[in-house]
Design a protein around this ligand. Structure first.
Ligand code: FPP
Ligand code: ZN
Length: 317
């Protein structure tokens, strides 16, 4: 946390040091407490670094070896070596390998089998063998298969129908049919529909309005009505607005200032809101949000995949 005046520029060098330093803090409690998130953390850190043009700060071969060590016998990836496989970590693994141009190091068929094994007859996806269903997992499944060029492995039509059944009266989407609209789930549903070219099912004006209403007086965005602003929602909301071609429906200048004011001027990293402790999750979504807002000197991010656009162009065209 920092007591200095609000920064008005992106503190790139500090953020690079913050991300690179994460792996060296093995003696700190937070490191151990977040052990199960490690593969996600590597994706967040690597993507933020790449958007800031500093991908090479992480040792590529070490990262690839770590990712491959997380693959389990069923083909999916756990958060760490020896942890159970889940779609959330499987997506991070593929995103990391894609960014490092190392998909060829992967046993793709095994991953595809894992993703397929989690699809259900109604078009939904479970996150792992224990069966929790959520539109987050639908997104993970479609993003994974798309990055592996294997969308043919599942029934995309049925999956799209399921996503459509999660659409609410306000134009938004929830975690399962009937669940309230939430910006994180909206990113997942709109992103997934965009990945499989089915955006015609979105009421872009109605949903765009709901998303634009997430901006509060301080410029930050919340994820649902009556909630606090949070830097990660800069991403969940503005990525969906970008996919719908409506980022001009919010005040971009004020959102940019809000994200910049959430930076920690002492340790580096970005927090959920000004004055809070930074973490690598909010650092990625702050940087990716700034990229979508057109902040100078950052690589372009693809709003559907939350990955650098050049990587998606290399893989999908
Ligand atoms: C809010 O979570 C966010 C979501 C529900 C969306 C999460 C999306 C994924 C896991 C898909 C993969 C993401 C990327 C970027 C590739 P929260 O638990 O913080 O919600 P709360 O603010 O309501 O507590
Ligand atoms: Zn947050």
């Amino acid at each position: 946390m920092s007591s200095e005046a609000s920064p008005t520029e992106l503190l790139r060098e500090l953020h690079v040091q913050f991300i690179v330093g994460l792996d060296k803090r093995k003696d700190e409690f937070e490191y151990w407490a977040s052990e199960h998130l490690r593969l996600n953390g590597v994706y967040w850190g690597l993507t933020a670094l790449d958007l800031m043009n500093r991908k090479d700060e992480l040792a590529k071969e070490d990262v690839i070896d770590f990712v491959l060590s997380c693959q389990q016998d069923n083909g999916g990836f756990g958060g760490m070596t020896d942890h159970d496989a889940h779609l959330l970590y499987t997506l991070s693994a593929i995103q990391i390998l894609a960014t490092l141009d190392a998909i060829d190091r992967l046993d793709v068929e095994k991953v595809v089998e894992f993703v397929k094994s989690l699809s259900r007859p109604d078009g939904s996806f479970a996150g792992d063998e224990w069966g929790e269903v959520d539109t987050r997992f639908t997104y993970c499944a479609l993003s994974c298969l798309s990055l592996l060029n294997r969308l043919d492995a599942v029934d995309v039509k049925k999956t799209v129908e399921y996503i459509d059944s999660c659409r609410n009266f306000d134009g938004g989407y929830g975690s399962v049919p009937g669940a309230e609209s939430h910006a994180g789930q909206i990113f997942c549903c709109v992103g997934a529909l965009a990945i499989v070219n089915s955006l015609h099912l979105v009421d872009a004006d109605q949903l765009g309005w709901w998303l634009a209403e997430r901006q509060l007086k301080n410029g930050g965005l919340n994820g649902r009505p009556e909630k606090l602003e949070d830097v990660c929602y800069s991403w969940w909301v503005i990525s969906a607005l970008a996919i719908l071609d409506r980022t001009h429906w919010i005040n971009k200048q004020k959102l940019t200032e809000f994200i910049l004011s959430s930076q920690d001027t002492e340790t580096g990293g970005i927090a959920d809101r000004p004055g809070d402790y930074p973490d690598v999750f909010h650092t990625l979504f702050g940087v990716a949000g700034l990229s979508l807002l057109g902040y100078e000197g950052l690589k372009a991010v693809d709003p559907r995949y939350c990955m650098p656009r050049y990587v998606i162009e290399r893989i999908i065209g």
